[in-house]
Design a binder for this molecule. Sequence first.
Ligand code: FUL
Length: 446
Amino acid sequence: MKSFLKNAARVKPSQNQLRMLRETPFYAFVHFSPNTFTNLEWGDGTEDPAIFNPTELDCEQWAKAIKSAGMKGMVLTAKHHDGFCLWQTKYTEHSMKNSPYKDGKGDIVREAAEACKKHGLKFGFYLSPWDRNSELYGTDEYNTYYKNQLTELLTNYGQIFHVWFDGACGEGPNGKKQVYDFDGYIELVEKYQPDATIFHDTGTLRWCGNEAGSAPFAQWAVVPVELCPMNKPQTSGALIEGDISFSYNSDVAIGSLETIIYSKGLVFTPAETDMSIRPGWFYHENEKPHSLERLFNTYLNSVGNNTTFNLNIPPMSNGRFNDEDVKRLNELGKMLEKEFGTNLAENSKIEILPGFGVTQPEYIVNLNSIKKVKYIELAEKISEGQRISNFQIFTKNKEGYWDKAEQGTTVGSRKIVKINPTETDEIKVRIMASRDVPEIEWIKVY
Ligand code: FUL
């Protein structure tokens, strides 16, 4: 058991995963397609390209609003399930070519990529494998068609930081289903954009399991290879022989001991939490943006819970973000700055005590003077793997005794723990259980 857990503790991220977790944990999705004009969530592919006409398109407005929330990148739906392409593609007429926008010469992927570059954001795209317009869908030729489109997007729009392969799929226009060549798709991304992360269950980031922005409480980045079958396992052999089956809806956290003991091998694949600022992924006039509180809590539960956060903002049919969404993004950025802008432990000495043994040390953070504390941020040295499975946090009270402030399970790349606001000058983090000797990269206090 001990060596099994030690092996699990040494499963490490790739450079791309590490970069995403450390530098770009918060980024934006932008869902824009004929659905924006038909008021639908899923188009059926029969939409007339002439309806797609954003008369006031302003990708710089998107970029500025996204930046104001503290996000570091934008992922645009280059093609959604309806098959309409937002760029000048050689491979279909169901595209900008037949839209009145700029007399058929428009290229929204280019405009978005350029706006990102100008405003210091990374750029990525979503390319739906499910295509309800292409007559080729359901045949081998469709895989060639898809790869041709992917190649256009990977080679003509500068550096791509994230490629999003949607898992939703159904029948094409001829009632056929497609057997996707994901090996081939991923090979192209690796060839043309080796630094890009890939969202897909076979890629570098996996789905968190829902679209409500609520990642399960315990978040492991080390998960069974059976869940992410294209990743190379870094361990071999199950602890217990048996059948492994997964349910995203189960109460058991994926990657916890209960789920890894039956796995044939473990991979490093952290989750991405995705949700929309409004109920729909596409813009609908009758919907309102979620509250600031909901967005902030989702941030805590995603970026602050060892996952990345992909927050969607849907442009309106005129091609602009709604003012209410822009305002909400601004408010979110201000709130994140207010809550996490100043690390109260910036100049603190962190003392490590033996605690209850090598896997259960204690960390004492001396704040030098009494401060009002609302959050403690813990980070494991994730480049070496994820280990901690249980911890407790204490604050020292006026009488010099330790009060228990919170407890938690996993830490991983970043765990932001909210506590009842407390005046204190010393904080203790006690590791209760860890798969191997824990390595803490930082403890920040806000
Ligand atoms: C899902 C899609 O069906 C939705 O329309 C949306 O794009 C979401 C992000 O992924 O699978």
